[in-house]
Design a protein around this ligand. Structure first.
Ligand SMILES: [Cu+2]
Length: 145
């Protein structure tokens, strides 16, 4: 086999391989918003809906942002006075599935913002998947709701 034949053979193998997944890049984000916290409150809640349009599960391991000291995923357990929240260590979204963080169900905690979060602003959050891919999304800071 000449080196040219070898090159073609290699290219054919590469082109015929199944597409390798990039889980966080196949995520579509909807309704990403942060509730403006009351004055002097140093934590804010964020909400979103996302869909995994890829062919592999997307495992979101953590979320980063320059806005805040920390961004955590929490779910709400129980109801009424019994309500409490607990961390979500990772969020797995199967292919074609939707995950919704909505009030009373689950939320992001934006902890210790470096500047007050006020309506009209947008904060950029970066969702990081277990394979190292990531997704940046702007969250609109909204008053009330
Ligand atoms: Cu929380």
């Amino acid at each position: 086999m000449t080196s040219r034949d070898y090159l073609w053979a290699t290219m054919c193998v590469v082109l015929s391989m199944p597409r390798v997944g990039f889980p966080c890049e196949d995520i579509e984000m909807f309704d990403a918003w942060v509730r403006e916290p009351p004055p002097l409150v140093t934590v804010a809640a964020g909400y979103f809906t996302l869909k995994n349009n890829g062919s592999e599960p997307a495992t979101i391991e953590r979320i980063e942002s320059a806005c805040c000291a920390e961004v955590a995923m929490h779910k709400v357990l129980g109801n009424g006075d019994q309500r409490r929240m607990t961390p979500i260590p990772e969020l797995v979204v199967r292919p074609g599935k939707i995950a919704s963080f909505t009030p009373g169900n689950a939320h992001l905690m934006l902890i210790a913002p470096s500047q007050p979060l006020q309506h009209g602003q947008s904060v950029e959050l970066r969702f990081i998947c277990s394979d190292g891919t990531s997704l940046r999304t702007g969250f609109d800071v909204v008053y009330g709701q």
